[in-house]
Design a protein around this ligand. Structure first.
Ligand SMILES: [Mn+2]
Length: 358
């Protein structure tokens, strides 16, 4: 297990790399370059980022959100150009030592919350929150406006302004599209990029829908074990893997997270793990919780044990944290609670390793 931390680059992340390095057991980043979907990433820029990260004593082997252009998802003729850029970016990242690319194939919205700072009454901290009842009263455009207002000026991953500017047009393109239509376009994409990944030694890792059910009538095809079985079968290869995000899949109590980790771990189809906890408040109603098992509804020990048993070499990062100790930062991506999360997960890991060495 390689413990990593998501970081947004020195231009847009208030957390210095030095602080991340000082979290015990931290070995690297899941990093992100601030590039619009569809762009061929310039190598000089990435090389500079890698140098900065390595000089801070951290590895940069996992890149998140090399975003897939909506034209690829909707199957427009312009997709070929964007796919060519994507393949070129894969080759560039491989040259720079990247092993895993996390992405998603969700229409329009990567993830959705109805409140980015809901106070947790028990301790006065706050966290991301979702209640479908609140969403019912807001259309997609309204929720986008609200999320932008509530994000303290930070660009949130998946909510990049250039994507959202085209929201109305993009939503129209998905009208009438079924899950099977989307999977057809997905297969076209994977058939192009997975052979490149095999050639250069990179794994693509698809992130689940969040929350783990359909929203706004959009086709969503990545929110259960059965969905990911289909995704893997679209182009069966060790390079076509899952970024198993426990909090995203776990937003739906019907998903048995440890069992799903074991299922894909045993197949060697887990490229990376996002590990966090959620607290169920009702049907399609939850908030994010501290990582500790007793703070939410996921069994974090069983999750770490499933990783230990089936994919012990994978990359793990703590995921969204609460805002605690009056920290002001990007919602979900403050320093303190994610550092506590990493430390807790490392503690579980040490105990599991020691128990199993007996
Ligand atoms: Mn995640």
């Amino acid at each position: 297990m390689k413990m990593t931390f998501r970081w947004y680059g020195s231009q847009s992340d208030p957390i210095p790399l030095k602080y991340i390095r000082q979290i015990p057991g931290m070995s690297g980043l899941m990093g992100l370059l601030d590039k619009p979907a569809g762009v061929d990433w310039p190598e000089e820029e990435f090389a500079a980022l890698k140098k900065e990260v390595n000089e801070a004593g951290l590895a940069l082997e996992v890149i998140e959100s090399v975003n897939v252009h909506e034209d690829i998802k909707t199957g427009l003729p312009s997709r070929d150009e964007y796919i060519a850029n994507y393949m070129s970016t894969i080759r560039m990242l491989a040259r720079q030592g990247v092993k895993v690319i996390i992405y998603n194939f969700m229409p329009v919205f990567d993830w959705l919350r109805t409140d980015l700072a809901r106070v947790i009454p028990e301790d006065g901290s706050n966290s991301l929150y979702f209640d479908e009842k609140d969403l019912g009263e807001m259309g997609p455009l309204e929720i986008v406006r609200k999320t932008a207002e509530d994000s303290h000026g930070f660009t949130l991953p998946g909510w990049e302004p250039e994507r959202l500017a085209l929201l109305e047009t993009t939503l129209k393109q998905y009208e009438g599209m079924t899950g099977d239509d989307l999977r057809k376009n997905y297969k076209y994409f994977l058939d192009a990029v997975i052979p490149v990944c095999e050639e250069v030694g990179v794994r693509m890792a698809c992130h689940p829908d969040d929350p783990a059910w359909p929203i706004f009538g959009l086709p969503r095809i990545a929110h259960s074990q059965a969905d990911f079985d289909k995704i893997i079968q679209l182009h069966d290869s060790p390079a076509n893997t899952v970024c198993l995000c426990t909090g995203s899949l776990g937003s739906n109590p019907e998903n048995d997270i440890p069992a799903t980790i074991r299922h894909f771990g045993e197949m060697d189809r887990i490229g990376a793990m996002h590990v966090r906890n959620v607290k169920y408040l009702g049907t399609h109603h939850f908030r994010e919780a501290a990582h500790l098992s007793s703070a939410g509804d996921l069994d974090m020990y069983a999750i770490m044990k499933a990783i230990y048993d089936t994919c012990p070499e994978t990359y793990v990062r703590p995921d969204h944290g609460r805002m605690i100790w009056d920290e002001q930062g990007r919602p979900g991506y403050g320093l303190y609670d994610r550092a506590l999360g990493a430390t807790y997960l490392n503690g579980l890991w040490e105990a599991i390793v020691r128990e199993n060495q007996k």
